[in-house]
Design a protein around this ligand. Structure first.
Ligand SMILES: C[S@@+](CC[C@H](N)C(=O)[O-])C[C@H]1O[C@@H](n2cnc3c(N)ncnc32)[C@H](O)[C@@H]1O
Length: 277
């Protein structure tokens, strides 16, 4: 799959997920709060949030920079942009603007931002070194980036459920974004690329998040609400009910000792400062 096709697929997928994205669980909100805490936006700062989605990072950043600051969100998915713009209007946030844009090549003049945030988005970009070079240009001298990425996910423990879904797919499952297969080495790769670019004061913090689903239905809704909906879409519509029942049966085999349905992830927050140019 070439880079352009890859981006169209990602935008299409998130367009379909946008109306329900981040609903029904606190995982995205929790990770976003963690990211904003590490980014520590200051009153009056100018920030860019790449791959802003429904604004899980964008809105807390807007709150932190306050009425004298400004936050721009960009996303490749028009539906995400539309819904998040509407939300900003509803909240009467005049310091927020949201538009369509590519996180790999954000189109802004040099030295525009004090801070760039990226919540769970870097792994969708085909050319990370190019993206990092662009960020270094549009950041003010001394400006900083903070990104969240996965370093571990529960894929192995959840394999019985995943396998059940795959059995209902006429074609092999759609390729997962590269990081989902080996998130740890992907995140280390990001670190190496930062070290090889014009960044200084690189810092990494990791934290585990446990996403507990009160019911199997909530897990299914969650799966439909984000990139993983690609797996459900790969199942013919007339077989989805059957697939869901089979997945719920498989779920029973992976409950934890306390009987909970839990999906855990270790997230990494990577921070860096744009170096001297
Ligand atoms: C997993 S969501 C994260 C959304 C939000 N940052 C959060 O933390 O909840 C990834 C988002 O990145 C967007 N995205 C993916 N590739 C992108 C690109 N090349 N440029 C801009 N946005 C992109 C998707 O459309 C989606 O809204």
């Amino acid at each position: 799959v070439n880079a352009i096709q890859q981006k169209q697929d990602v935008a299409g997928l998130f367009n379909r997920a946008a109306p329900v994205y981040g609903t029904g669980d606190d995982f995205f909100a929790d990770v976003a709060r963690g990211l904003v805490a590490h980014a520590a936006p200051q009153p009056g700062e100018r920030a860019l949030d790449i791959g802003c989605g429904r604004g899980a990072v964008l809105f807390p950043v807007a709150e932190a920079v306050g009425p004298t600051g400004r936050v721009t969100g960009i996303d490749l998915s028009p539906s995400m942009v539309e819904l998040t713009s509407k939300e900003a209007e509803k909240l009467r946030l005049k310091t927020v603007d949201v538009h369509i844009g590519d996180a790999e090549d954000p189109d802004f003049p040099g030295s525009s931002f004090d801070l760039i945030t990226g919540g769970m988005v870097m792994f969708f970009l085909p050319d990370i070194p190019a993206a990092l070079r662009h960020y270094a240009k549009i950041l003010k001298p001394g400006g900083r980036i903070t990104m969240s990425t996965f370093v571990a996910n529960d894929r192995l423990r959840w394999q019985p459920v995943e396998r059940t879904l795959v059995e209902f797919m006429p074609e092999p499952p759609p390729p997962a974004p590269q990081q989902h297969l080996d998130p740890h080495s992907w995140s280390d790769g990001l670190l190496t690329q930062l070290e090889e670019s014009d960044y200084i004061q690189i810092e990494v913090v990791e934290q585990q998040y446990d996403n507990v689903f009160p019911t199997p239905e909530r897990w299914w809704a969650w799966t439909e609400s984000m990139a993983t909906r690609a797996a459900i879409e790969a199942i013919p519509a007339d077989r989805r009910d059957e697939a869901r029942r089979a997945a719920f049966a498989a779920l029973e085999t992976i409950r934890d000792e306390s009987g909970r349905i839990v999906w855990s992830a270790v997230m990494r927050f990577t921070k860096a400062v744009a170096g001297q140019r």
